[in-house]
Design a protein. Structure first.
Length: 576
């Protein structure tokens, strides 16, 4: 029995058989034959049938992703399919074949040229280049007959069709890879790279797939076919686990659906869920969430050619409201920029995108039109059957003027709707606290708004100057550093003297081991991936508020992350 440690990402456990995903492997081309020995007609026919096979695989992948994760995520496969039918690209490959190039070399050459063209346009088109690489590799896998079987470590062509009991091992998974996985077949995921706040990890959690990320190079020592336990609670991957190891693994113990919860001494804490697509709403209700604390509307904008219409957004929001008729649904206005790219929005190409035009900055300036369309949809939804539960929050706030401008945009959209005789209402309004500037201004923000919600994924990155996606600074990107804790404390204390409630929707909120600390810091609401809702609810019922405050004070008095971790009885290696 050997144990590898990484970062527990989905706090569930699973046992299964290791299969490596190596999308780049085994796509080496054979030597180029002399053109005189190539039969162009036969090669054209091979290219055509490879396109058909790739198209069929993409449609299957699309349908699976639509069913499991949502229409918006599934649309990435439609974009890939468009490349298969792109007349210029297809024509280029056919010309090369007609000149005596075998199909696989023609695909490789002509796609390489197209990829280069996309990369040369500007940095934002890099995503399209990645899409092209994906389509090229699908075609090559068919042409080279690679990836049908993973036993020899070759690439797996079809992530959505993995056999039951697979533990998927990979260097790193992309969000679209993850969205393709069948949670009923995949017993677990372990990756060499990646952190728990990366978007692929967030999708794995929303699919309830046990996951350990960032295991590092040692993971490569595991061979295909090994029996593995993925313990996403303790961040372990165990090879050939014995009965004791299986029993000790944190399972999904608290999967019952508890009602609304209060601390042992009666302080009500709302435990809500983060939702990144309509398909996640069902599992969220099943896990007993008290509503939605973060509806990430950017998912509605991904993998398509143009922004969603006002009506589409209205439908998505009212669907969420109907799923939680008695609870609050907090919808975040569009939060793109940084690592969240949307090619058709023509986002600026910046040296430091995380310090650039992101979140509400874009909404108030170059994407004001999208902001107003979204606000129209939201104000109409606020007047729908269950609309009184709607709350709207603005991402990446750093200035009072932004909140004033956002609130006046809401007022002016309301006035336009009134003038047009359209039914509408103004929902609760709030700001995400994700920047140190917002922390320092939290008292003023709380005066102007109905609520604040702490986004620890970004707040930690900005307080600690540590990129949330960079494994090299993962030790810094931990909200248990005293500086990050003080930022949370300052926010909660600032709201405490006002009518505003204060919640947390960063990944920190979903760790049951931190619930007492967060209650002690004064948070009224915790919002998380649905999978941890039951465990956090259970933990809250055991907490005494006075003890929790004492614990928070002790944590705030600590000088180092190690001291905080020791106080909370956490392993130094766990990342929050
Ligand atoms: C956060 O930054 O903590 C947050 C919840 O927003 P996102 O992860 O979508 O950036
Ligand atoms: Mg954020």
């Amino acid at each position: 029995m050997r144990t590898f440690t990484g970062v527990g990402s989905t706090p569930l456990s699973g046992v299964g058989t290791a299969r490596w995903y190596r999308p780049e492997a085994d796509l080496t081309l054979p030597d180029r034959p002399d053109p005189s020995g190539v039969d162009p007609d036969a090669e054209l026919a091979r290219f055509e049938s490879a396109r058909d096979a790739a198209r069929e695989a993409l449609r299957l992948a699309r349908d699976r992703a639509a069913e499991r994760v949502g229409e918006e995520e599934a649309a990435v496969f439609e974009a890939h399919e468009q490349f298969l039918d792109d007349p210029e690209l297809v024509g280029d490959v056919e010309d090369a074949i007609a000149d005596g190039t075998p199909a696989e070399h023609a695909v490789s050459d002509r796609f390489a040229a197209a990829i280069e063209r996309f990369e040369a346009l500007d940095g934002q088109m890099a995503e399209r280049a990645d899409d092209l690489r994906d389509v090229r590799d699908r075609l090559l896998r068919v042409l080279l007959d690679a990836g049908a079987d993973a036993d020899d470590g070759t690439a797996l062509a079809d992530l959505g069709g993995l056999p039951a009991g697979t533990v998927l091992l990979a260097e790193r998974l992309t969000p679209s890879d993850t969205a393709e996985l069948d949670p009923d077949a995949v017993a677990g995921i372990a990756t060499v790279e990646g952190g728990r706040t990366a978007h692929a990890a967030i999708i794995a959690r929303s699919l309830s797939i046990p996951a350990v990320v960032g295991v590092g190079e040692p993971l490569r020592e595991i061979d295909d076919g090994a029996e593995l336990l993925v313990d996403g609670t303790d961040g372990r991957v165990v090879v050939d686990p014995d009965a004791e190891a299986r029993a000790a693994a944190g399972g999904d113990a608290a999967s019952a659906v508890p009602d609304r919860v209060s601390t042992a001494d009666g302080r009500r804490i709302e435990v809500a869920a983060n939702v990144g697509s309509e398909a996640e709403i069902g599992p969220t209700t099943e896990r007993g969430a008290d509503g939605i604390g973060l509806f990430r509307t950017e998912f509605l904008f991904y993998d398509r050619e143009a922004p969603p219409s006002e009506d589409e957004q209205y439908e998505a929001v009212t669907a969420a409201l109907s799923a939680f008729p008695d609870d609050r649904v907090v919808v975040r206005t569009l939060d793109v920029g940084g690592d969240k790219r949307v090619p058709y929005l023509d986002l600026p190409n910046e040296t430091n995108p995380f310090l650039g035009r992101r979140g509400v900055r874009l909404s108030l300036d170059e994407h004001r039109d999208l902001f107003e369309t979204q606000l129209r949809a939201l104000l109409r939804a606020a007047a729908s059957e269950h609309g009184d539960g709607l709350a709207v929050m603005f991402p990446l706030v750093s200035r009072i003027e932004e909140v004033e401008a956002a609130v006046s945009a809401v007022e002016s959209v309301a006035a336009d709707l009134a003038a047009a005789g359209v039914e509408h209402a103004v929902p609760e309004l709030g700001a995400m606290i994700e920047t140190p500037a917002a922390v320092f201004l939290a008292d003023r923000l709380a005066d102007r708004l109905d609520f604040l919600s702490v986004g620890t994924n970004d707040l930690t990155q900005y307080v600690m100057a540590a990129d949330r996606e960079n494994d090299g600074v993962a030790d810094y990107h931990d909200p248990l550093h005293p500086a990050a804790l003080r930022a949370i404390d300052r926010t909660a204390s600032a709201a405490a003297g006002t009518d505003a409630w204060v919640g947390m929707c960063g990944e920190m909120a979903g760790d049951p081991a931190l619930a007492e600390l967060l209650v002690g810091l004064g948070l009224d609401e915790l919002s998380m991936s649905a999978v941890t809702v039951p465990a956090v609810k259970e933990r809250i019922t055991e907490i005494d508020s006075a003890d929790a405050r004492e614990l928070a004070d002790e944590a705030l008095a600590c000088e180092t992350r190690a001291e905080v971790r020791e106080l909370l009885d956490l392993d130094a290696a766990d990342a929050a």
